[in-house]
Ligand binder design. Sequence first.
Ligand code: G6P
Length: 473
Amino acid sequence: MRSLILVSNRLPIKLNSNGSLERTTGGLASALEGAGLDDNYTWVGWGGSSPSKGTKTDEFLEQMRKLGVEPVLLSDEEVNGYYEGYSNSTLWPLLHYMTERARFQPEWIRYYRQVNEKFADTILNIAAPGATIWIHDYHLMLLPKILRQRRPDLKIGFFLHTPFPSSEVFRALPERDELLKGMLGCDLIGFHTYNYLRHFISSLIRILGQEADVDGLQYRNRRIQLGVHPIGHNHHGFKKAAKSDIFQQTYKTHREQLEDDKLILSVERLDYTKGVPQKLDAIRHFLETHPEQANKVYFVLIAVPSRRGVEEYDNLTEEVQCAVSSINGTFGEVGHAPVQFLHRSFALEELAALYALADVCMVTPTVDGMNLVAKEFIDCKRDSHRARPGALILSEFAGAAQEMSHALLVNPHDTVGVANTIQIALDMEQEEMEARVQAMQKRLDLNHAGAWAKRYLTDLENASQELPCSNEE
Ligand code: G6P
């Protein structure tokens, strides 16, 4: 039986093509490593894959359990309806203000309910009396209420990693009441920013007629706490990476290749919220208006493949590939293409080296719950002997902008403004770069991922559950 259970759609474990399992270093997993928790916790989630052919389900479960996780196995229909459908084709665009991209299909919510119930079954099999359950993200908005109804003794927290949009957008969702009531099964609901919290409160009043203030609400016979907990980056992981051989080798190779040229770096999942087409428009405009720069800069776009199989993502990949080759066709020379599009994932050590080396980092999503790349880049500019100074261009629509006012803040839709900011970043004096970076580091040091997890869990422990809950609707 477990006294602390983490729950997220994706487990921090990867199934390799040879059938072996491996721990990955995602943001959440590293947050827990840095939080100084004892090992008496487990992680419930979907493995993102099923047992390979020839592996028995029992053996697969056993293998996963040895690594400290408790998998929820999903059928192909469930993956299609709950993950690709309701989570990623309905909720994801809607939570990011993209109502016109959101698709609504009645059968998807049925799978979403079914899978949230499945998660509850797995959790309740292993939860000790009075256990703390920390649920993450939009895939599992119904889960708090299901757990509350079945086990009122549990301490239940929910953290939303995406924005919570204006109530005018959220109310477009046919199941808006059901989802809000689902979340209200919690003792603590956390968001990245005050804006998201305010929008949630507006939805409660406009959709459910439920009053709340920024600290929380009285719901039925319980007190539910609301809080702002901006997530931090994996500081310990990047610190360790900077000492590795891979870091040294990557840094050295690219340092030599660059000579006096400038490296302008972007790192993101290839997602339509990340504003990649808008960024490419700004790059094109920059090259048109500063033709003398075309063979002196390298725009390196690392776009990690994501959610393949969801139509919107496949279309985006094609759109981005076309735009990149059009820019290179127009502005490239023999031996120099100004934009390098790298459509794959990179090891943490390689990323750390590229951050340390980059003269500019462009983080320009059109909407983003937080964006940890902005924080990672600044963190990797720590030692002047191993990192070159750099400037951060940051979208004002990323949650991170609220903590990083010393970045060059831009509106990603303003092509001319972003293009001009690229030149401002390239012209910035070293002294100014360092002053800005240090101001941001000072703030980030107080809230790295481990500190974030610890603070959230402490707030959850202190969240009061005034009366035992009997009859949740
Ligand atoms: C966003 C979500 C996370 C999710 C990640 C990767 O950051 O907030 O919950 O894990 O994207 O998406 P994927 O669909 O590949 O799990």
